[in-house]
Design a protein around this ligand. Structure first.
Ligand SMILES: Nc1ncnc2c1ncn2[C@@H]1O[C@H](COP(=O)(O)OP(=O)(O)O)[C@@H](O)[C@H]1O
Ligand SMILES: [Mg+2]
Length: 202
């Protein structure tokens, strides 16, 4: 069995942040803008390995998990070190995967995200970067938020308010399809980022 440090070192990225290779003791479970996430086999843990240029973000995210502490809404931090954090593995689906696969995101789920954000604010943090890929509905139906690295930024992040409005005004309507092809989700996300969606009319 390799140590966590050895597992982290086994992960090799290309200069374009593509994954080149990693230990067979790891299983790739997710890719984001700052890191790749692996499950060390036979564990209930998620190992987030940051891309070379994002190394300092590992310490920032670890410190924020420490501030959040033990709570029902965020995974627990088990360990951290240069360029990595080791947190609870969350079995379930991100909101993005729910849309792709047709699993309904209910008003209760939205309210739970609100409670998670209120909890983070009560710890003096400013929850940011709350989007479809950073919210998970677990197999037990619980809401968990991941990717907390930007919870100390001072800039206000509108993404969650816009998602909440979209849920209330569009998604929750009977006529709105609950399963959406990923090409369409990505297209809408692209237009949103480019500020080409009329979000102010929602
Ligand atoms: N603890 C976890 N349990 C299960 N899946 C996870 C976990 N953490 C991350 N993931 C998956 O990996 C993806 C990337 O992780 P994330 O922390 O959001 O990285 P980034 O900071 O690069 O966006 C997530 O969108 C999710 O699909
Ligand atoms: Mg993310």
């Amino acid at each position: 069995m390799k140590t966590v440090n050895e597992l982290v070192k086994s992960v090799k990225f290309t200069s374009k942040n593509e994954i080149e290779s990693f230990s067979p003791e790891l299983q790739l479970i997710g890719i984001g803008r700052s890191a790749a996430v692996f499950q060390p086999r036979n564990t209930n843990l998620a190992l987030k390995v940051f891309y070379p240029l994002q190394l300092p973000t590992a310490d920032i995210e670890a410190e924020i998990y420490k501030v959040l502490g033990d709570n029902p809404y965020f995974p627990k931090l088990h360990e951290n070190g240069p360029g990595y954090i080791l947190i609870d593995l969350l079995e379930g689906r991100t909101f993005y995967e729910c849309l792709e696969s047709g699993v309904e995101i209910s008003t209760y789920h939205i309210e739970e995200v609100e409670r998670a954000l209120t909890f983070a604010r009560s710890k003096g943090l400013n929850p940011s970067d709350i989007h479809l890929r950073n919210i998970i509905i677990t197999v037990d139906g619980l809401i968990k938020l991941i990717d907390v690295a930007r919870f100390r930024q001072t800039k206000q992040c509108k993404q969650w308010d816009d998602l909440k409005k979209a849920h209330e005004k569009v998604y929750s309507k009977k006529w709105f399809p609950k399963k959406i092809p990923s090409a369409i989700i990505n297209g809408v996300a692209y237009l949103y980022k480019k500020q080409l969606l009329p979000t102010n009319i929602l």
